[in-house]
Design a protein around this ligand. Structure first.
Ligand code: FES
Length: 103
């Protein structure tokens, strides 16, 4: 079982409810939704877009390129042209810090 990795501060969400971090050699997007954090691969599975620059509505992130949508809780692709799910990572808030587990 991998350890939790400290990757960001809750304060990093001051300007946006979606941020990007690099951890364990991966580009990961972290989303703040109603006081909870969720983490997925930052790159869209349809093209070369960064989801941290997309539009977050509830638990859905909309890709900034072609408006594919994903559920940030499961990574599931919700509408065309996105058809392949995103990788997801366990995420939590600990004393104002954001931690991820990356296997
Ligand atoms: Fe994301 Fe096309 S690059 S939907």
């Amino acid at each position: 079982m991998s350890a939790w990795i400290d990757v960001a501060s809750l304060d990093d969400f001051a300007a946006s409810d979606a941020i990007a971090v690099a951890a364990a050699g991966r580009e990961i997007a972290i989303y703040l939704v109603e006081g909870e954090v969720f983490a997925t691969a930052n790159r869209c599975t349809h093209g070369d877009a960064q989801l941290c620059e997309g539009f977050l509505e509830g638990h859905e992130i909309e890709c900034p390129f072609h408006q594919g949508r994903f559920d940030v809780r499961t990574g599931a692709a919700l509408c065309a042209p996105a058809t392949v799910a995103l990788a997801t990572y366990p995420a939590r808030i600990e004393s104002g810090r954001i931690e991820l587990r990356i296997d």
